[in-house]
Design a binder for this molecule. Structure first.
Ligand code: PLP
Length: 260
């Protein structure tokens, strides 16, 4: 019999355009050498020009997908992405509390680069109170960190304080992604009990679609393979950089899809 790879799960939204969401997650899992499972929480109608509709999957069917995967597979790591609304966020948190995957990466997806809302405003409280306390790695970008903390983040001091405050919500570690800040260099900050680690890389002049989904999935894959959160984050950032360098424009819109 051939070797069975470690198994990782994504609980997220579908992107019909194949660039972000579940589709990006499964590609990242495959590229990083893990078997991917998916629980689809929401379905977007989407292409390279934007999102035209969002359907939240009924709670009973999200729960039955979670039952199906946890009842059969040894899940080494799970990640959450687009959850759509407060009821889904609370359900996923309740199930993760019950199922206790060894690692949980929470990507607090809120608004697409195109501007489409992927999480209702009233769900931010559920994210903060229910799901974030379960996160081994929380991966907000700057606008998401601002929404979670309810304040603007401008200076370096603000960012360091934000990392501390996000840890105090109960996440074991936080990767505060710097891609939305200005400058020729992107500075991501990784916070955990040991302190803060700055991860710098050149800013590529590419509007990548699905970079956040891919990064969080690559982190989950590396955790599933046995890396520590710090090492998983470093490996995943390198992977996304390479995937961005090879990205392409599959449709008529401006966005680039990553080459996994
Ligand atoms: N669609 C889905 C289903 C997503 O999960 C996400 C991001 O997490 C997006 C779209 C937006 O991706 P981006 O902002 O990278 O274009």
């Amino acid at each position: 019999m051939t070797h069975t790879p470690p198994i990782a799960l994504t609980i997220a939204g579908s992107d019909s355009g194949g660039g972000a969401g579940i589709q990006a997650d499964l590609k990242a899992f495959h590229a990083r050498g893990v078997h991917g499972l998916s629980v689809i929480a929401a379905i977007t109608s989407q292409n390279t020009r934007g999102v035209t509709a969002v359907h939240a999957v009924p709670l009973s069917h999200i729960r039955s997908q979670i039952d199906a995967v946890f009842d059969d597979f040894p899940i080494a790591a799970a990640k959450t992405g687009m959850l759509g609304n407060a009821a889904i966020t609370r359900l996923v948190a309740r199930e993760m509390r019950k199922r206790k995957p060894a690692w949980l990466v929470v990507d607090p997806v809120m608004i697409a680069t195109s501007g489409a809302r992927l999480l209702t405003e009233d769900a931010v409280a559920a994210m903060v109170n229910d799901l974030i306390p379960l996160a081994d790695v929380l991966t907000p970008n700057l606008p998401e960190a601002e929404a979670l903390l309810g304040r603007e983040l401008r200076t370096r001091k603000d960012l360091d304080q934000a990392g501390e405050d996000l840890l105090s919500l109960g996440a074991s570690s936080v990767l505060l992604k710097g891609g939305h800040a200005r400058g020729g260099e992107v500075v991501d900050r990784f916070f955990d009990a040991k302190g803060v680690l700055e991860l710098r890389h050149p800013r590529l002049k590419i509007e990548g679609h699905g970079t956040g989904c891919t990064l969080a999935s690559a982190i989950a894959a590396e955790l599933a393979k046995g890396k520590t959160p710090r090492a998983a984050v470093k490996a995943a950032i390198g992977y996304v950089q390479r995937a961005l360098q090879g990205s392409y424009r599959p449709g008529g819109g401006p966005v680039h899809v990553l080459a996994h």
